[in-house]
Design a protein around this ligand. Sequence first.
Ligand code: BES
Ligand code: ZN
Length: 650
Amino acid sequence: MKLLFFSLCFLILFSSCRNRKESNNSSTDSLVESNYNDHSYSNLDSINTTHLDLELDVDFNNQTIYGIARHTMNNKGTGSAIFDIKGLQIKKVTLGPKGNERETDFMIGKMDADSILGQPLIVSISKKTNQVNIYYQTTKASEALDWLDTAMTSSKTKPFLYTQGQAILTRTWIPVQDSPSNRFTYAAQVKVPNDLLALMSAKNPSKKNTTGIYNFTMEKAIPSYLIALAVGDIAYHSYGGNTGVYAEKELIDACAEEFDALPKMMDAASKLYGKYQWGQYDVLVLPYSFPFGGMENPRLTFANPTLLTGDKSLVSVIAHELAHSWSGNLVTNNSWDDFWLNEGFTVYFEERIMEEIYGKEVADILAEIEFFEMQQEMKEISSGDHPEDTKLHLKLKNRNPDDGMTQIAYVKGAFFLKTLEAKVGRAQLDEFLNSYFESFKFKTINSKQFESILQERLLDPNKIKFNYKEWIYEEGLPKNCVKIVSKRLQNMTELAQNFSAGQPVFEPKIHYEYQKIKGKRKKKKVKVVDQIKRDDFIVQEWQVFIRNLDDNITIDQLNKADNAMHFSSWNNSEILTEWLVLNIQKGNTTKLRPEIKKFISKVGRRKYLMPIYRALSINPADKKWAKEVFEGCKSNYHAVSKNSIAEVLK
Ligand code: BES
Ligand code: ZN
């Protein structure tokens, strides 16, 4: 029996290595099924998790989670169950219900050459086994986990822990079949120090209890990348209804104020694309090291504290993560090759929510800005090693799924839907999207399936032809892509050009006008001083101003603009990043080093850190300085950001 199991393992491992190197058309596919999902070792076709029970003991002293993952499985009659693990220490594996378990053999395969996938954990089971229990602990190499010392939190007295699962990091803190194609429900019992609160992407408590033991249930089936945990000294503010916000208590009032459009967003979103399916929707604002703007963990979006600008200027990120409750969480990309089906739909939906609440002008400003960014990135990708990455549907086998996390999926994806909207009309598209969410809810989808329902439900009945194949499977941007032109951004571009040409656009301008004076019959000539103020424009308009400054702008002019508008001390990381990058590129680094250092040692969001480190790595003196700063503060970053920056500074 043992011999049979180990020879089977050998076969599986051998073929899995082969499969990862070669094309997957051999007969070994049925054994490893790596074509089923390119970024998981699991044998999902033969056996898959339908429910997961977690028992987790969160130990801040050792920065370790001691866990048991009890998988209830649908076994189609196989003798082995394969899970994904990376950076986990497996202690033992048992079969059978809790309390009536028997230990079984397991084997851990080799790490893949690029250390992307991790290792297969192959468990010997019987053809009737439907309960596999894995006893394990996390290690320093558990990349999903960000353990924050007290100094890194707002309280400065309590530590914090959060996880980041997407795309394939859940396997670094839980042994799972880590593929978005499989959905399962989960429950968890989590033990934490009794002065801290635990929260998950599940039914959550609203306050701490005295035992430090918390129970969670997620009753809707979700893909593994959406399992999430956060532990800290966290407070809650409810907006009433089904929305609210969690944060460390020092930040809770600011969060409650910043995100107060949340109930309206929920209302707008449900009106657009159907009932919200997850019950509660809360946002958890994490410490600064969080590598993303937001992460759509179901029932509990994780958000970056840089969204707390005081002027609600970055709330579109919340609209985005809320939109994922439909696109992504309800209807999920079947594999990371179709990441655009998650993100492109979400960006489109995000802008519909923004339009509903803030009007078309604002939604257009957002769309035009991101379109510009996408075009820049498209140029870079087209001239790089993988020009095929400008397609919506990607082939990411043997590559890191994060390679697909570009503006192509997000913005080309959204413009695909905008172009479709222009062609078929908004009412028709909305009807189609409603039926799409309704029929695919709690399921997964790939580009092929999407194509056929698009054809059947939208194009055929309306007798419309649309070049969707070109959009999905060809490089670049199809010619029929809609153009969005915002008058307000045109004005900003002009302002930037005038400033670059030396016009004193920020100086006060004096003119006289006749004004009616109270109690007087005759109008009186009065002196009026006009001067541009920061508040005359929204953050995104200023962003466009900075982007459109002339290539030949001098350092002197940059300093002048900064003196007038104080870009370098603005508490808005979008502006700050834009401004710092431009100044670094123009050779104004030395003067701004204190601001740069302050920002990049505090903020861990990859979107901001990457362009700054990239700009710094051009000039050797800047690069040397950047390396020193990085060495000093890299322990403040989540592994996701740390790894990306290390790559840039190599
Ligand atoms: N799901 C993504 C974040 C993500 C993608 C994490 C892929 C890991 C792998 C999230 O919804 C997202 O897109 N966040 C954006 C904000 C958004 C407004 C574009 C971000 O963090 O910048
Ligand atoms: Zn997203």
